[in-house]
Design a protein around this ligand. Structure first.
Ligand code: GLU
Length: 474
């Protein structure tokens, strides 16, 4: 099946899966899914000094959390070094590459000269045509590609269009270092070829690499995959994305309480559009996604938009799944092990009951946790300043009376509690609001919460009456 689509996501594990990488993965995933193809995952761990196990773990976790599954086994680039060397040797044997014995000093001098003369071609071809018999014995040679010196290297990019480089500006790139290690440029080409990659979709910071890589493809007589270089994500002001603007690892978004579906939806719209549609189910995204409609301009990251979208996804999630997400996110939010310890069948049932109104008010799972504070609060409740201000001596007296009124409710439910409170308010010529606010303060320790009858219902008779007697004064 040579014509089926194979994409790949090829992160370097020198840092965590950042938001730009996640979008690249998403685009690769969508494109593969749309065409009934595969997305492979290659960890580019050739930089041994900077690659870490922790980063690999974070990348795999991040992709799993985003539900961007890859096909087949993870491929580790470093494990393929022997194959990369083999290709370099083959190019050498074919005369398409040569050994370069230039010393560090010679290379520095060449670079300085080129820069001084305003040339981008930094290596001057010193060993391109030299007789290896004249090679110094104390220099470990690199292997360089015998790149074309005239003509053009052209990439027909699905996003960038036709991009042309003059070969005279590109120097003979190093394929194999003096220590025998392959360069990134060689490794990427050999791996993409061997993995059967048909479409390369990556950040446009790799566009220049595409030209160098094309020269290697040409030298090997391999077909270049279809190329798409997508614009990077910038900050809201158009500058390079900073931490403050969202240049964070995917794990940070998880800890901030974003849902994977919301983040995917947000990311797909960064640099890609489909009419005015903002909200996409996964199926819709797959059906509508196309590389040709990815824009060329840098996308701007906008936290407020992401938050609104997340609120939408929270409101439209079913209550049971939200209880599960509530529980899961606690493992990723520092300092919330207290809540985790309080999750049991009773509190889960309470959460589920309160969820329809909690989810209306929460833009993130963190806000959801915050809104559910009253369920988990220990008696006697700590009052926030607004709640404390509401509980004046007079209102504490009222709480005592409300305690008596509610004690008489036979079957505990939101409707029966409401009936009792309305009757109480009427008998005492009070407005319901004048009763509800102090009641809310006593029951939740805050001045805002879901509807007060619902709070009573969720807390149940015993806990509600207990909290009221804690705050009541005769
Ligand atoms: N490893 C490169 C990176 O993380 C990507 C290389 C590629 O996609 O060709 O930026």
């Amino acid at each position: 099946m040579t014509d089926s689509v194979v994409t790949r996501f090829a992160p370097s594990p020198t840092g965590f899966l950042h938001i730009g990488g996640a979008r690249t993965a998403l685009f690769n995933w969508l494109y593969a899914k749309k065409h009934g193809g595969k997305m492979l995952l290659r960890i580019e761990d050739t930089d041994r000094e900077r690659s870490t196990e922790a980063a690999i773990g974070a990348i795999l976790d991040g992709l799993k959390w985003l539900e961007l599954g890859w096909d087949g086994e993870v491929i580790y680039q470093f494990s393929r070094a022997a194959r990369h060397r083999e290709v370099a040797e083959q190019l050498l044997a074919d005369g398409k590459a040569y050994r370069c014995y230039a010393t560090a000093e010679e290379l520095t001098a060449m670079r300085e000269k080129a820069r001084a003369e305003g040339r981008t071609r930094l290596y001057d071809g010193l060993w391109r045509d030299r007789d290896p018999a004249t090679a110094p014995s104390d220099v470990k040679p690199t292997i360089r590609l015998r790149a074309p010196q005239t003509g053009e290297t052209v990439i027909e990019d699905q996003v960038q269009g036709r991009v042309v480089w003059q070969n005279e500006n590109l120097d003979d790139l190093v394929l194999l270092r003096g220590d025998g290690n392959p360069t990134y440029m060689l490794a990427v080409v050999v791996d993409d070829h061997d993995m059967g990659v048909t479409h390369v979709i990556r950040g446009d910071d790799h566009l220049i690499n595409a030209a160098r890589q094309k020269q290697i493809y040409d030298a090997m007589g391999w077909a270049l995959p279809n190329m798409s270089h997508i614009p990077l994500i910038h900050g809201p002001d158009g500058s390079k994305l900073s931490k403050r603007h969202g240049a964070l690892g995917v794990d940070a978004y998880r800890a901030m309480g974003y849902l994977p579906a919301a983040l995917r939806n947000y990311l797909v719209r960064l640099g890609w559009s489909h009419g005015d549609q903002e909200i996409f189910s996964t199926e819709e995204m797959i059906a509508a996604f196309d590389l040709a409609t990815v824009g060329r301009a840098a996308a701007r990251f906008d936290f407020a938009k992401l938050e609104n979208l997340n609120g939408h996804y929270i409101r439209h999630s079913d209550d049971q799944s939200l209880v599960k997400m509530f529980e899961d996110v606690l493992d990723h939010v520092p300092g919330r092990s207290d809540l985790k310890a309080k999750l049991n069948d009773t509190t889960r049932t309470q959460l589920l009951k309160a969820m329809p109104s909690l989810k209306e008010r929460a833009k993130t799972l963190i806000e959801l946790i915050d809104g559910a504070y009253f369920i988990f609060a220990d008696r006697p409740l700590e009052l926030d300043p607004k709640a404390a201000a509401l509980l004046t001596p007079e209102n504490r007296k009222l709480i005592g009376q409300l305690h008596s009124a509610l004690e008489n409710v036979e079957t505990w439910s939101a409707a029966n509690a409401e009936e009792a409170l309305r009757a109480f308010a009427e008998e005492n010529s009070l407005k319901l609001g004048a009763v509800a606010q102090p009641l809310r303060a006593a029951l939740t320790g805050r001045s805002t919460s879901p509807g007060i009858f619902e709070v009573l219902d969720v807390l149940g008779r015993q806990e509600s009456l207990g909290r009221l007697s804690d705050q009541a004064k005769d």
